[in-house]
Design a protein around this ligand. Structure first.
Ligand code: UD1
Ligand code: UDP
Length: 385
């Protein structure tokens, strides 16, 4: 059987977390795969945290990040940087993940250099190119470029079929985010470096960074949180603030002087996952956190108007609350005071994966190149529409 050269390309924190299980699995199967790991470093510090945790040393590092970079900066630098790497390595397939600028530019480079592209987390859609901006367009274009599609759920497969992508090349795998949790969450893990939180206080974990939420929407949400903390003496909020200066500025402005809102540095991923597991509930506009929280049995208030991850809303574990102050306040108070509502969200089924997405992805790659039996797919257990 032919040994396959598989190049993984990623650049931001979430891509790294969700690609790490694939990188490690490729390294563990040298009889089948020759792995080549490329990071664009669209993120620097937040990427390096993940690489260190998973003990991954990239073969190539394009080191593109600079402060307040524009979409054009990242796109052009990744496109330029990938060319020589692809020409030197000539992989059988290159794997990209999700919907970042790295994803778009790297897959385009693959196309320009006639290298097959496999898209991990393919088929997520809002069908609104401005929400999330620019990620919705990034994933649509990446799916146009791709040759193999690793759709995390049945719904993401159906989205791909609506766009006429060939069914034989689409595999429902589950999301590798859930695979990553198998590496990180431990009952005995102690998160270090946190402020002391009294045992009888309830911890809300907050993350918010999305481009279309920066400015006024973010300020509205933070004001709601400020109000709830001021009126509920047992509530503590921990917010590992994204390093984007646009996010840092608003967070420090609105939460200034509140001693039960803890603004901390981005957490290393093992700490973040375990803190999520120890929280009362989670508020986020993050994509990855929407997938992880249901696996940890944590209710999530999603700080957006739409989500490309509606499976969690359907399963009852995510609630879309938008960014209006009154709506966010109402949803927080409901979860804090209505035990039935809380329990319903906390006990819903996780529809995003079973921890075996990586195995299915590698099996699909082998099937694509070497034939054999088509791999068995992931069943999220949600009723089809
Ligand atoms: C990017 C992705 C977004 C993803 C997010 C994950 C795009 C268009 N957006 O957005 O989909 O949800 O990553 O976090 O690809 N910075 C640092 N150090 C870091 C990381 C970021 O200083 O380790 C600062 C820099 O000033 C950088 C800025 O944050 O210029 C923005 O980073 P960028 O990757 O352009 O955008 P994100 O908002 O992080
Ligand atoms: N995460 C982390 N440390 C933090 C905040 C988040 O490791 O301080 C992890 C989180 O568990 C998830 C990923 O980062 O796996 C999500 O990244 P982000 O929210 O930046 O991006 P998105 O998923 O929205 O693209």
């Amino acid at each position: 059987m032919k040994q396959l050269k598989v190049m993984t390309v990623f650049g931001t924190r979430p891509e790294a977390i969700k690609m790490a299980p694939i990188v490690l699995a490729l390294q563990q199967r040298p009889e089948k795969f020759v792995p080549v790991t490329v990071v664009t470093a669209q993120h620097r510090e937040m990427l390096d945290q993940v690489l260190a945790t998973f003990n991954i040393t990239p073969d190539y590092d394009l080191n593109v990040m600079h402060q307040r970079q524009t979409l054009t900066d990242v796109t052009t630098n990744v496109l330029q940087g990938m060319g020589p790497v692809l020409e030197k390595e000539r992989p059988d397939i290159m794997l990209v993940h999700g919907d970042t600028t790295t994803t778009l530019a790297a897959s385009l480079a693959g196309f320009y250099h006639h290298v097959a592209v496999g898209h991990v987390e393919a088929g997520l859609r809002t069908w609104d190119k401005n929400a999330p901006y620019p990620e919705e367009l990034n994933r649509q274009v990446t799916d146009d470029i791709s040759d193999l599609y690793f759709a995390p759920t049945q719904l993401s497969k159906e989205n791909l079929l609506k766009e006429n992508h060939p069914e034989k090349n689409i595999y429902i795998t589950g999301n590798t985010a859930i695979d990553a949790l198998q590496h990180t969450v431990r009952a005995e893990h102690q998160v270090t470096g946190l402020p002391v939180i009294p045992e009888d206080h309830r911890l809300i974990l907050l993350t918010m960074h999305r481009r279309e939420n920066q400015g006024t929407p973010m300020e509205r949400v933070f004001k709601a949180i400020r109000h709830v903390v001021e009126t509920h003496p047992d509530v503590e909020v921990v917010y590992p603030v994204h390093l984007n200066p646009a996010v840092q500025e608003v967070a420090h402005k609105v939460f200034n002087g509140l001693d039960r809102v803890h603004l901390i540095e981005p957490l290393e991923v093992v700490d973040f996952h375990n803190l999520a597991a120890q929280s009362y509930f989670i508020m986020t506009d993050s994509g990855g956190v929407q997938e992880e929280a249901p696996a940890l049995k944590k209710p999530v208030l999603v700080l957006r108007d739409v989500t490309e991850r509606p499976e969690g809303v359907q399963a009852g574990t995510l609630r879309l609350v938008g960014t209006e102050t009154a709506a966010v306040t109402g949803a927080m108070v409901d979860l804090l005071t209505n035990e039935d509502a809380y329990q319903q969200m906390a006990t819903a089924r996780n529809p995003y994966g079973d921890g075996h997405a990586t195995d299915r992805i590698l099996a699909a790659i082998q099937f694509y190149f070497n034939g054999g039996t088509r791999p068995v797919e992931f069943d999220s257990g949600l009723a089809r529409k």
